[in-house]
Design a protein around this ligand. Structure first.
Ligand code: URA
Length: 238
C-alpha cells in the first residue's frame, strides 16, 4: 500500500495532509526517513513513526482505557469531558468508540475499538459476559443486601428480576458485584432496588480481562491477542 494511504488508514488525516507530512520528512519507516508518499510498503507488522512517535500498522484498533471519574463515554458529551480526549488524535480520527458505556463517575476498565462488529458483539449483552465491579455503598453491605442482589431485584421497565451473577461483601460498605447484562445504570439501579445506594463504582474486569494494576487512571493500552482471548474466556455462544 502507498505510504500516504497507510497513514490515512491509521488516522493521520486526509490523503493530502498525509502526503504533506511525508514530503516534510516527518515520517520514518523502520527507523529510516521516507519522503516519497507513493513508497509501496507491505502493511503487515509495519513499524513507522510520525514526528518521532512510534506506531505499528493496525488493521483495526482494540484498546483498553483506565477510565477516570469525570469523563463521559458519549461522542457528544454534555457536561463532562469525553473519554476520547484521553486518546491520541489518530485513534479518535479513526472513529474509535467505547464498547458499551460507563457512567461519568464510574472508573475502571473501558474497552474501545473502531471495529463495528466487535463493538456490537461485546456491548449487546447477548454473550452474557461477566463484568466485575467494586462497589462502594452508603449503608452497610450486610448479608441481607448480598442475598437480595443474588436473589434478584425488580428494576423499573424490566420484565423480570435481575440477578447478580456473583456478589460478596468486601468491607463494611463495599461489595464485589458481577453482572452479565449491560443495562442502563444497572449496578446503581440494582443496589438502589435492594435498599442501598452506590457511592463509588469501579469496573475491575470484563470477561477474563482485568484492568492491569500498572495502568494508571487516564492511561490506555493496546489489546493484544492474549487480551482478546481473555475477554472471550467466559462468553456464552451468541
Ligand atoms: N452500572 C452502573 O450503574 N453504572 C456504570 O457505569 C456501569 C454499570
Amino acid at each position: 500500500m502507498h505510504l500516504e494511504r497507510i497513514l490515512q488508514s491509521q488516522g493521520f488525516g486526509t490523503r493530502k495532509s498525509c502526503r504533506a507530512l511525508i514530503r516534510a520528512g516527518r515520517v520514518t519507516v523502520a527507523g529510516t526517513p521516507v519522503d516519497d508518499p507513493f513508497a509501496d510498503l507491505p502493511t503487515a507488522g509495519l513499524a513507522f513513526a510520525v514526528d518521532g512517535e512510534p506506531w505499528l500498522f493496525r488493521e483495526k484498533v482494540y484498546l483498553m482505557l483506565h477510565k477516570p471519574s469525570g469523563y463521559e463515554c458519549s461522542q457528544a458529551p454534555q457536561f463532562h469531558r469525553p473519554v476520547y480526549a484521553l486518546l491520541p488524535e489518530p485513534l479518535v480520527r479513526r472513529g474509535v468508540q467505547s464498547v458499551g458505556r460507563l457512567d461519568q463517575d464510574t472508573t475502571g476498565l473501558l474497552l474501545l475499538s473502531d471495529d463495528g462488529q466487535f463493538i456490537h458483539t461485546w456491548s449487546s449483552g447477548r454473550k452474557r459476559i461477566p463484568k466485575i465491579y467494586e462497589v462502594g455503598v452508603r449503608h452497610p453491605a450486610d448479608q441481607a443486601l448480598v442475598a437480595t442482589l443474588l436473589a434478584g431485584v425488580q428494576l423499573h421497565d424490566e420484565p423480570a428480576p435481575v440477578r447478580a451473577a456473583a456478589c460478596i461483601a468486601t468491607g463494611e460498605r463495599s461489595l464485589r458485584l458481577t453482572i452479565t447484562e449491560g443495562k442502563y445504570h444497572q449496578v446503581k439501579r440494582m443496589v438502589a432496588a435492594a435498599g442501598n445506594r452506590v457511592e463509588t463504582l469501579h469496573r475491575r474486569a470484563v470477561g477474563g480481562l482485568e484492568l492491569p494494576a500498572d495502568l494508571p487512571e487516564g492511561g490506555w493500552r493496546w489489546l493484544e491477542a492474549g487480551d482478546l482471548a481473555r475477554l472471550a474466556a467466559f462468553a456464552e455462544p451468541a
